[in-house]
Design a protein around this ligand. Structure first.
Ligand code: CU
Length: 660
């Protein structure tokens, strides 16, 4: 039965909490476990309302996990399940972090945090919008704009964080926009308003109303009556093209992937892995994981996964269809035509995609783990959605050097999107190292370089924790290797290389809070010694901290690595785009795609895709469309060797058809 017709078993069991099941130590918390953890926390605060920010699995220590993995089935040691929770005393700035042992029902620790705020949740965002727009001062400012009757004003709250300027308290900055009352899906980003109220989360009060400059400098000018000009992205507002024919992806025998172990484990084309999901995919800042739908977000035969998380009251809710799993054709995997015979060998690449989509107010990020038939693993980020916009005086016709005019009176500021990918490798087993390889020209006077075309490779070991830049002029390639396991054919250590798009580091000044918090954003690659629960490059609280809790801080330890035996290393790969908006990015942005590839290097003993069945009509069902169907061959000459190794004959043949 195609996977899309039956949810993996685990999902049904999550919804039906009565079903007993054996959990893997990495299984996300179940509905029951979330309820138990929240109950234990609430017992500590009788009569006090709590606001939960996350209740998630506390993964076991790595050493414990290694023992568990080594042990035979049936002899595996018991590992207590644990929950990590962050919560506030409701409507106060008092934030706590705790780890609860669900096996013993006891707290491993419970700490009141200082100098941190927590991520937002949907409830908090909506409350900030309400507080902002209900404020009399904000309403008085809006009235000065003399917006036409029937206009609706909308507030987009942006998490503000502790920036060290008198704001120990958690605050939100709201950006205001307008749309017509008649169109709930109207693109309000086409009509930004120069008023920006700041809301205190604990007191639920507007503490300040900023006026935004609308020129090309920081001068604040008088309000002008505001006449919105529409720029919609929804299909009913477009004259849709009519010449696009249907394109159906049909998988007549179903999918090539298989779920096992309650749907948490996936097998596909020699890959086998576990799938998890947690609050970081859902509610960090204003992140909202989308409920994905057939026929919209993916093509072909799709399986959807759903996982439970806790809401702001600590109640378990199931995030329905938050991950979709599907296969896709990815063009040619390999091809060769023997030009002498005209015979071709060709196989098509297949990819397995695990995709989730989050909406961050105006923006969408589409995240995907992509596995392929040649042993490669990629992480893909697609940025789309709507640019965050600011008002600009309509008489300004030329773009300033910090933003792009995307609509009359609308500026989209230049900005950077920087991502950090954490890789905790065990390539051909535990004990890995990182090296980087560079290609350099040979000395011109080297007798081995008579024509001046020679170049050679150098290899530099990463000997201790640190951050590293790219060096495109030397083709610097970072590789993760297992120094104890060598390729039987070429004696090179087995490994995977990291292939990432060119990376421009964060442009914000090192003394800015942007820089201090984005601890990953100044180096293309960081390497740290593994430490339990060092999971997030900018620390657990990201932009809600004052910095100093992420990788830039961790590498100051300078731990030396054992590069002979391999060590327990973690590799952090940074990638991103400097987004200088184009007018074509508005009113909704065509996807900007970034992919980080992990490719085997001397890991297999030949092309691992060689056993892919050739691409034939029985698999891909191509249909001929008005083309010349001749095979082309070029012909050529060959020398045939005789009995005694002598050249016995030279044959030549003519080609046929035109060569392209
Ligand atoms: Cu952008």
């Amino acid at each position: 039965m195609p996977a899309s017709n039956s949810l993996p078993a685990r999902v049904e069991q999550v919804i039906n909490i009565k079903v007993e099941r054996i959990l893997h130590p990495f299984s996300p918390l179940t509905v029951q476990e979330i309820t138990q953890a929240v109950g234990l926390v609430k017992n500590e605060y009788p009569g006090v309302e709590l606001n939960f920010k996350c209740v998630t699995l506390r993964e076991p220590e790595k050493e414990v996990m290694k023992e568990w993995l080594k042990a035979e089935e049936g002899l595996k040691p018991q590992i207590d399940r644990k929950a990590f929770a962050v919560y506030y005393i409701a409507r106060t700035p008092d934030i706590f972090e705790t780890v609860i042992n669900l096996g013993t029902g006891t707290f491993e620790y419970k700490t009141k945090l200082e100098g941190f705020h927590s991520c937002a949740d949907g409830e908090e965002v909506m409350e900030m919008e309400r507080v902002c727009l209900a404020d009399e001062g904000v309403q008085a400012e809006i009235a000065k704009l003399q917006l036409p009757e029937g206009t609706v004003v909308i507030a987009d709250p942006w998490i503000y964080g502790s920036d060290g300027v008198d704001d120990e308290r958690k605050q939100w900055q709201c950006y205001l926009y307008s749309r017509s009352k008649d169109n709930a899906d109207g693109n309000h980003y086409a009509n930004p308003i120069p008023i920006s109220p700041v809301v205190d989360v604990a007191t639920r009060k507007v503490v300040r109303i900023d006026r935004l400059p609308t020129g090309i400098d920081d001068t604040i000018t008088d309000y002008k009556p505001h006449k919105p000009i529409l720029n919609e992205y929804t299909p009913e507002h477009q004259k849709l093209r009519t010449d696009l024919k249907p394109l159906n992806i049909i998988q007549p025998e179903g999918v090539s992937f298989k779920f096992s172990n309650n749907g948490e484990e996936l097998e596909w084309q020699k890959w086998k892995f576990r799938v998890g999901f947690n609050h970081r995919e859902v509610t960090h800042d204003r992140l909202m994981a989308n409920n994905l739908k057939l026929g919209c977000d993916c093509l072909g035969t799709i399986a959807y996964l759903s996982f439970p998380i806790a809401d702001d009251k600590g109640e378990p809710i199931v995030m329905e269809n938050c991950i979709c799993v599907h296969e896709q054709d990815a063009g040619i995997q390999f091809k060769h035509m023997n030009y002498r015979t005209g015979n071709s060998v060709i196989s098509r690449m297949r990819e397995l995609v695990l995709q989730s989509i989050i909406t961050v107010a105006n923006y969408e990020y589409i995240f995907a783990f992509i596995f392929n038939t040649a042993g490669e693993l990629s992480y893909e980020v697609r940025a789309t959605g709507i640019l965050s916009t600011a008002p600009l005086d309509p008489e300004i016709k030329d773009c300033p050097n910090f933003g792009t005019i995307v609509h009359p009176g609308v500026l989209a500021a230049h900005h950077q999107h920087i991502f950090s990918l954490r890789i905790d490798p065990a390539i051909d087993g535990f004990g890995n190292k990182v090296i980087y390889e560079e290609a350099k020209p040979m000395e011109r006077d080297d007798p081995f370089n008579p024509f001046g075309t020679g170049y050679y490779i150098t290899e530099t070991k990463v000997e201790s924790e640190g951050g590293f830049l790219e060096s495109p002029e030397n083709n610097r390639i970072f590789k993760i290797q297992n120094p104890k396991h060598r390729n039987p054919v070429n004696n090179k250590p087995v490994g995977y290389k990291i292939q990432a798009p060119p990376f421009q580091k964060l442009l914000a000044s090192p003394d800015s809070y942007h820089f201090k918090r984005a601890e990953f954003a100044d180096k293309a690659v960081y390497v740290t010694k593994y430490k339990d629960w060092e999971l997030y490059a900018a620390g657990m609280y990201t932009n809600q901290s004052r910095g100093g809790h992420g990788i830039r801080e961790w590498v100051k330890r300078g731990t030396k690595f054992d590069t002979e035996e391999g060590d327990d290393i973690v590799v952090w790969v940074q990638f991103g785009i400097n987004h200088i908006p184009r007018i074509e990015d508005f009113p909704v942005m065509p996807v900007e795609t970034l992919r980080v590839h992990l490719k085997p290097v001397n890991f297999f003993d030949k092309n691992p895709a060689l056993d892919l069945p050739p691409s034939t009509q029985s698999i891909n069902k191509s249909v001929l469309l008005n083309v010349d169907g001749n095979n082309h061959k070029q012909g050529g000459a060959e020398a045939e060797i005789g009995e005694d190794g002598e050249v016995a004959a030279v044959h030549s043949s003519n080609g046929s058809g035109a060569c392209c």
